[in-house]
Design a protein around this ligand. Structure first.
Ligand code: ZN
Length: 117
């Protein structure tokens, strides 16, 4: 089914009656997709009392692109940031977990007696 707008007007579908091949930005995201620069292809409208209709914009699934994958550099930066968050500023060791900001140090440093026992 091909919906065609007139003079640039977007085809409007009733809420929950979106045809196959269209998805909202959120629905694309759930599939690991993004609109990828395409224009809004259609819109859904849900009538509301006394107010304007609730509108959701639809994109063509076939024109959607995969969400940008992480590059090795991004992974490296993320790993570095995570390692920094796991490193205890007191003993300088990788605690193996994110240092709790409430303690400001690893649990071993915060409670030396309990850990030694
Ligand atoms: Zn420590």
């Amino acid at each position: 089914m091909e919906a065609r707008g007139v003079m640039g007007a977007l085809p409007v579908f009733r809420w929950r009656l979106a045809p196959d091949g269209y998805a909202t930005r959120r629905q694309l995201r759930a599939r690991g997709l993004r609109p990828g620069g395409q224009d809004v292809a259609a819109q859904l409208e849900r009538p509301r009392r006394r107010r304007g209709p609730l509108v959701a914009y639809l994109y063509r699934v076939e024109k959607a692109k995969p969400v940008r994958p992480m590059t090795p550099a991004k992974w490296a930066a993320l790993a570095k940031a995570n390692a920094a968050r796991r490193t205890c500023p007191t003993c300088g060791r990788d605690a193996g977990y994110v240092i709790p900001t409430s303690l400001g140090m690893c649990v071993t440093c915060a409670y030396p007696n309990e850990c030694a026992a």
